[in-house]
Write a protein that binds this ligand. Structure first.
Ligand SMILES: NC(=O)c1ccc[n+]([C@@H]2O[C@H](COP(=O)([O-])OP(=O)(O)OC[C@H]3O[C@@H](n4cnc5c(N)ncnc54)[C@H](OP(=O)(O)O)[C@@H]3O)[C@@H](O)[C@H]2O)c1
Length: 321
């Protein structure tokens, strides 16, 4: 299959390219400002997806069987800082891609987020109504509507949770951000009553590519790990997994103690059915996710001082993780 992957210079997009190669597909990897460098990917380039005419020309020229759309402004903070760019990139670009894929009869796999929900109820099903609390969630919820408007029969929208896993620069995964905070020497305050359901980046990438392969799987789906956990428990389990002093590094805090927490979604846990029953790729427990984690790049010295353990790097996916 011929796949175009957007956001390929980013955390998830890179893994999607690697998953596509593993599964025998031909990949065109598109980064934004950076041309992706991914082992085994021979066709990679920097490309501004907001240039609609150039995007149309590229997709028509490439004539892919599927597009996996990972490019986005993917955080609450960055969307607030650049609202115009957030609207364009998070809503306008997927709309254009959906139109183009509809025109070609190509499958579009569009990455969305748990942040389309307000977090009041938790355990969300794909049929539950979005009610975003922030601009990031709003732009992604609007994109879902646009993608499905054109792609009811060609597109899969995949809502997912915070992504855990090893990133090449050691700064994008959930555990990598915890390490960065721990290295500052202050304990991390983590909510005991804010629930998330992490997903491991390689597992999510496999699901995205499997959705390209399965023409009949279209519509709105949820994918995450199997375990919904409080942020506090996530922090404790990551620290313990690495043999760190979890109680010293991670401190509990309740949402009621932080006035601004009321504007954050409380429980963004996702129900994985019906997708979980239809895929070959299994959802992972949090323990399985932990087993894939490495000490982040740049944290080796700190880690060795804390634990007395030596960090041994090994080459994995072109990076010595
Ligand atoms: N990360 C998470 O925990 C998480 C959780 C739930 C859902 N998601 C969703 O998963 C998807 C991937 O997230 P991620 O964490 O992998 O994001 P990321 O690492 O921040 O990557 C974003 C990508 O978008 C590209 N991009 C930005 N502006 C662009 C433009 N104008 N034209 C072309 N490309 C552009 C960036 O390219 P350059 O850097 O080269 O400019 C980069 O490759 C997003 O849809 C996000 O909403 C992520």
């Amino acid at each position: 299959m011929k796949l175009v992957v957007t956001g390929a210079s980013g955390f998830l997009g890179r893994e999607v390219c690697l998953a596509a190669l593993r599964r025998g597909h031909d990949v065109l990897a598109l980064g934004g400002a950076r041309a992706p460098t991914i082992p085994g990917v021979v066709r990679a380039r920097a490309f501004d997806l907001c240039d609609e005419a150039a995007l149309e020309a590229l997709v028509l020229e490439e004539f892919p069987h599927a597009v996996v759309h990972c490019a986005a402004l993917p955080t609450i903070e960055t969307c607030l800082a650049e609202p115009e760019r957030a609207n364009k990139l998070n809503t306008g670009v997927p709309k254009k891609l959906a139109q183009l894929c509809f025109h070609l009869g190509a499958k579009l796999v569009h990455m969305s987020t748990d942040n389309v929900f307000d977090g009041v109820a938790g355990a969300y099903q794909p049929t539950d109504r979005p009610a975003p609390l922030n601009l990031y969630g709003e732009t992604k919820a609007a994109a879902e509507v646009e993608v499905l408007r054109f792609g009811r029969e060609h597109a899969a929208v995949l809502r997912t949770s915070p992504i855990i896993g090893n990133s090449p620069d050691g700064d994008r995964g959930l555990h990598e951000r915890l390490f960065a905070a721990w290295k500052t020497g202050r304990p991390t305050l983590l909510f005991t009553d804010e629930i998330r359901q992490p997903v491991e980046v390689t597992n999510l990438a496999d699901v995205a590519v499997e959705l390209c392969e399965r023409a009949n799987l279209t519509g709105l789906f949820h994918w995450a790990g199997c375990d919904a956990l409080s942020r506090h428990e996530i922090g404790l389990r990551v620290a313990r997994h690495f043999g760190l002093d979890a109680e010293a590094l991670v401190r509990p805090i309740a949402r009621a103690d932080v006035p601004s927490a009321a504007s954050r979604p409380r429980d963004l846990s996702l129900r994985l059915h019906p997708l979980a029953g239809k895929l070959r790729t299994p959802a992972q427990s949090f323990d399985e996710q932990l087993a894939a984690l490495r000490v982040p790049r740049g944290s080796e010295e700190w880690y060795e001082r804390q634990t007395g353990r030596k960090v041994v790097r090994r080459l994995e996916k072109g990076v010595d993780f």
